[in-house]
Design a protein. Structure first.
Length: 274
């Protein structure tokens, strides 16, 4: 078979794989909606509203939420508040991932820094992240930095631990081989170690991103002045279950979309693996 023929076969296989994945995803979503509808039919709407009620709440509050104006003199709808939350999550994950990547590389490569920073990193990694929220609110008030602090902290610790472990795993293999060929320590770090740990780091970033939505929403529920969590807090005062689920559902959909984009970027970054 020619190279062109093998390429065409490979493209057909990739297309078939993507079609299967999309089909299974659609079936899974349909199953979730079916179970949700059955549960809603067996109880009162105030406990479990039906998907129709939730989707209708999304439509009505997409641009303007009247409850915000009445309860807290706020403005905007789901789009505005969800955008604020999404920006905070992305900034927090990007900031924490960058810091964690550098810290993890240093701990994994420099013995002095490893002996100095590894014990504190292991300690803070065991601290429940939600415990930090009162201190962040005390230090920084209820602004963006306070609500974003948990996302930054959790992402930094997660990425640092994964980067350090990945760096340690390859330090006795690839870098020794590169050094034996005459590569400098700086070149080994930039052209051998860094690319080798990227796949594992990308996985850690996706995990941190998935948890980041929850941490950001919780921070906004407890003290944020804007965002999806603030809307949930307002609706909870009136036991508006359908409206609360409309925000949760919107956050979930946006989280899935963002994760898909990050996964696509990650596949492009590590395309050399294929």
């Amino acid at each position: 078979m020619t190279a062109r023929g093998r390429s065409a076969v490979g493209r057909r296989r990739n297309l078939s794989s993507h079609v299967r994945q999309l089909t299974l995803a659609a079936l899974g979503l349909g199953l979730m909606l079916a179970v949700w509808s059955l549960a809603a039919a067996a109880t009162e709407p105030v406990r479990i509203p039906s998907p129709i009620l939730v989707f209708d709440a999304i439509r009505q509050n997409l641009v303007e939420i009247r409850a915000l104006e009445f309860a807290s003199f706020g403005t905007g709808g789901i789009i505005q508040n969800l955008t604020y939350t999404a920006v905070n999550v992305l900034i927090g994950v990007a900031t924490g991932a960058g810091a964690g990547f550098v810290i993890g590389l240093l701990i994994g490569r420099v013995r002095l820094i490893r002996n100095l920073l590894e014990p504190p990193l292991l300690f803070v990694g065991t601290v429940p992240v939600l415990v930090l929220l009162p201190f962040l609110s005390l230090w920084f008030g209820t602004g963006r930095l306070a609500t974003n602090g948990m996302v930054i902290f959790y992402t930094m610790v997660t990425v640092a631990v994964v980067t350090q472990q990945a760096t340690t795993n390859i330090s006795n293999h690839y870098d020794n081989y590169a050094l034996s060929l005459g590569a400098s320590s700086t070149r080994v770090l930039l052209q051998v170690v860094r690319p080798a740990v990227i796949p594992e780091v990308l996985g850690a970033v996706r995990v941190a991103l998935a948890f980041g939505w929850g941490f950001q929403a919780i921070a906004e529920v407890l003290g944020g002045q804007i965002g999806a969590g603030r809307v949930i807090r307002v609706y909870a005062q009136y036991a508006a279950t359908a409206e609360i689920l409309s925000i949760v559902f919107s956050v979930g959909i946006l989280a899935v979309v963002v994760d898909g984009i990050v996964a696509g970027i990650g596949r492009w970054v590590v395309r050399w693996q294929e």
